[in-house]
Design a protein around this ligand. Structure first.
Ligand code: SAH
Length: 472
């Protein structure tokens, strides 16, 4: 780049033009768009130049430029169509301290004048370093067509509106607003009702965008895992960091709630098993209302939100309200429980499938394919199974399950106060009643802890094997 484009401050300052013929007149047409004081030195000016002087648009000195005539001028043009005269005037103006352009003489000019698309205050300057004036003109023509003639009016009105537009968040929201204004709403307002309609149109547009922005809430269905904050995913941590509102379940541990952004509004949507304390419909409505207020809503569910979490109902409510939502998975209780007893949920030659069952559903104790489950080697993770234990036990025995099938109940899996009850199907009840577990418990049917202690536990109805420190 041999020429660096800049916009020169010329308002109220002097610009000198030496010459009064066609070449000078062409430059004057451009220069008179500025707020500079233009002085023309010409012994024999065109009538058009004289008229401009008479109209007070410029000062005409009817002689050739001389020493001192370009003093205090920011720029000067030598525009005589006569190389010798141009060189003389240029030297004088340079001596007076002005930046000098000799029209059509790139080599001897201190600056060049670009092709200009004028939508004041939007000015586009096109330069080709003198190499391809035809190209510059073609680009100019193209831009003249593309930029609405009203752009200047819009930009001037828009400038006065900038402070108000700051009510929109910085970035995309504000860019969208201005783009809408300059290319759609603004030109439309001028076209239908003239420049006076622009200001009110701008105000309406801002209201519209503010309202739209307000509708941009989002819902994240986040898995909180079994309770240990270390078992949260990084995405869950980030979601908690960003949340405006956290709507959480009863089983989400206090240590995890601690991690939510300090300013976040925390809403307890705690539900007890059997009969909700907060009705599902109310939770759905709460999620939707918060997101519609423009908040980033984290719907925090214990374990994995896709496992016995009534997620589909909440997603349905979001969809019905046209809300943006996403799921961030978590570690489900079955994974935490099985890890704790050192087993795996599936094993070659034992079980190629594992069932996640619920002990009860909305109608009461839940029915399942007991016959299939009663076959040797089957494994099931039973959620919400404490109260249904006797029912499940009865159904499985009735369908021919081996009474010696190992059953392990893990209370507060993945938490420091976790307890493990290792027993058999035959002894499940009353062992469970005796253990008097009060925390959430997951029943692993068909699995015993991987250790000698399971033998002990299978006969010993004193159920509590140990008090485990999480992951110790
Ligand atoms: N979405 C959850 C399950 C919700 S249903 C998940 O993926 O884990 C609630 C049931 O999950 C409880 O009744 C209990 O059976 C089980 N549960 C949840 N957290 C548990 C925990 N820390 N330890 C043991 N069981 C748990």
């Amino acid at each position: 780049m041999q020429h660096f484009p800049i916009f020169l401050a010329v308002a109220g300052r002097r610009i000198v033009v030496a010459g009064g013929g066609e070449t000078a007149l062409a430059k004057l047409r451009l220069l008179l768009k500025t707020e500079a004081h233009v002085t023309v030195f010409a012994a024999d000016p065109l009538p058009e130049v004289v008229r401009l002087a008479q109209a007070g648009r410029l000062t005409l000195i009817p002689r050739a430029l001389d020493h001192g005539d370009a003093l205090c001028a920011v720029i000067a043009y030598a525009a005589h169509d006569d190389a010798a005269e141009d060189a003389r005037a240029a030297a004088l103006a340079r001596a007076d301290g002005a930046l000098v352009n000799i029209v059509d003489n790139l080599a001897d000019s201190a600056f060049i004048t670009p092709a200009i698309v004028d939508r004041d205050p939007v000015i586009v300057a096109i330069g080709t370093e003198g190499a391809a004036p035809v190209l510059a003109r073609a680009i100019k023509t193209d831009l003249e067509e593309r930029l609405p003639a009203t752009l200047g009016v819009l930009a001037r009105i828009g400038k006065g509106f900038r402070a108000l537009a700051e009510r929109l968040p910085h970035g995309r929201a504000r860019r969208d607003f201005w783009s809408d204004f300059y290319f759609l709403a603004g030109p439309a307002a001028i076209e239908t009702a003239g420049a006076d309609a622009v200001q009110p149109a701008l105000a309406r547009l801002l209201d519209h965008h503010l309202a739209q922005e307000a509708r941009q809430g989002q819902v994240l269905f986040v898995g909180a895992g079994p309770g240990d904050p270390d078992l949260l995913t990084l995405k869950a941590r980030k979601a908690l960091d960003l949340a405006d509102v956290v709507i959480f379940d009863r089983l989400v541990s206090p240590q995890i709630l601690e991690l939510a952004r300090r300013e976040a509004v925390m809403i307890d949507a705690g539900k007890e098993g059997f009969g909700a304390t907060v009705a599902q419909a109310d939770i759905n409505a709460m999620i939707v209302a918060q997101a519609q207020d423009g908040h980033l809503v984290v719907r925090l569910k214990s374990g994995d939100p896709t496992v016995f979490g009534r997620l589909d109902e909440e997603i349905g409510a979001c969809d019905a309200a046209g809300l943006d939502w996403r799921i961030i998975p978590g570690i489900t209780a079955a994974s935490a429980a099985v890890a704790q007893i050192g087993q795996s949920l599936t094993r070659r030659d034992r079980n190629a499938a594992v069932r996640f069952l619920t002990g009860h559903d909305m109608r009461g104790f839940a029915e399942h394919d007991w016959k299939a489950l009663a076959r040797p080697g089957e494994v099931a993770a039973i959620y919400m199974g404490k109260r249904a234990a006797r029912f499940i036990q009865g159904r499985l025995l009735m369908h021919g399950a081996d009474p010696a099938t190992p059953v392990t109940v893990v209370e507060n899996a993945g938490r420091p106060d976790s307890r493990v009850l290792a027993t058999t199907l035959a002894l499940l009840e009353p062992a469970l009643t005796k253990a008097a577990m009060t925390g959430p418990a997951l029943t692993l049917f068909g699995l015993a802890p991987r250790a000698a202690r399971d033998v002990l536990a299978a006969q010993d109805v004193t159920p509590i094997l140990e008090r485990q420190e999480a992951l110790s």
